[in-house]
Design a protein around this ligand. Structure first.
Ligand SMILES: [Zn+2]
Length: 327
């Protein structure tokens, strides 16, 4: 095996429902070069991988070439660590089972590992962020969807099939729950993702007549950022949307804490940056719903890493463990 002196870099690729971000990372966790492509615009996975490679390869060449790269780590929705495939990802345009790690390996000749994007974010947070030094925590990613990475005894939990930790698809409304991208109803993700917040905004605005700054925006184009901006300006309906969202999330987190008694829950993503508007109702709902033996023991933290960095660094960290292709 080559030492890291000979192969000083790894590549991290974070595949999100909207954007794919990638970076070349050194042994100290510094992203020395990075780029991005849109995820949704390519109808086939082949076209998509070609496009990522077209943007990534010049960066690799500018930093010494393929032979300087130890491996590629990918964080992807429904990524299976064991098989290197993404499988039936509801927020991606390609259906079925896609052998993404093998596709990158073939094109670039670099060994490649893949995991769930939220698991990758958890590894990044544990190595460089708010969960540094922790061996027991749960990462919750609040983006287009809701993802999670469960860390127990310093290890990401993958389960027997590679898919452990899909807490975004825990059902939080058994009756009349919202339709989820997974095909079921009432998943946490349908309420507490950025898109869930927008859905809540549309529902509340349609059901009520009181004034709101959000009524100045066409209902179908309201985003969670619009809700935040309105809340900051004192908009009561916007604040109510955050209360509703935070309460559902906090109730779910109280249940998650019972599963592994984590030292912390780390929230990641745009919604987590909405400060007390979202954190206060989350913390209140945790306190109101948690089993007494866990009361006050689990910290509620917000990621300390930039949105793109946590997942890219986390994905890249997987690659240090990889063996060279021709050993
Ligand atoms: Zn679901």
């Amino acid at each position: 095996m080559n030492s890291s002196m000979e192969r000083p870099y790894v590549v991290g690729i974070d595949i999100g429902g909207t954007n794919t971000v990638f970076g070349i990372v050194d042994a100290r966790g510094t992203i020395i070069a990075s780029g991005a492509v849109k995820t949704q615009v390519y109808s086939t996975a082949d076209e998509y991988v070609d496009e990522v490679c077209k943007s990534l390869l010049p960066l690799i060449i500018a930093n010494g070439g393929v032979e300087k790269v130890k491996g590629i780590g990918i964080g992807a929705p429904n990524g299976n660590y064991y098989s290197g495939t993404i499988e039936f990802a509801p927020n991606l345009p390609w259906k079925g089972i896609i052998p993404l790690a093998a596709m990158f390996e073939e094109r670039l000749g670099i060994p490649t590992a893949l995991t769930n994007d939220a698991n990758a974010a958890a590894v990044g947070e544990m190595t460089y962020g708010a969960a540094r030094g922790m061996k027991e925590f749960i990462m919750i990613t609040l983006g287009t969807g809701v993802g999670s990475g469960i860390v127990i005894n310093g290890q990401v939990v993958y389960g027997h099939d590679g898919f452990a930790g899909e807490l975004g698809h825990v059902i939080v409304r058994r009756d009349n729950g919202r339709l989820c991208g997974c095909g079921r109803h009432g998943c946490l993700e349908t309420y507490c993702s950025a898109t869930g917040v927008a859905r809540t905004a549309r529902e509340i605005l349609a059901a009520r007549t009181d004034a709101s700054l959000l009524r100045n925006i066409p209902a179908e184009s309201i985003t969670s950022k619009d809700v935040y901006d309105a809340a900051v300006q004192g908009d009561k309906i916007a604040q109510e949307i955050f209360d509703f969202t935070g309460t559902i999330l906090g109730q779910a987190l109280a249940d998650f804490i019972a599963f592994s008694s984590p030292e912390a829950i780390v929230l990641f993503g745009g919604l987590a940056k909405s400060g007390d508007y979202i954190l206060k109702p989350i913390q209140k709902a945790i306190n109101d719903n948690i089993l007494k033996i866990y009361q006050g023991k689990t910290k509620l933290l917000v990621s300390e890493l930039k949105d793109s960095d946590a997942a890219v660094l986390g994905a890249s960290a997987l690659a240090w463990e990889l063996k060279d292709l021709k050993d």
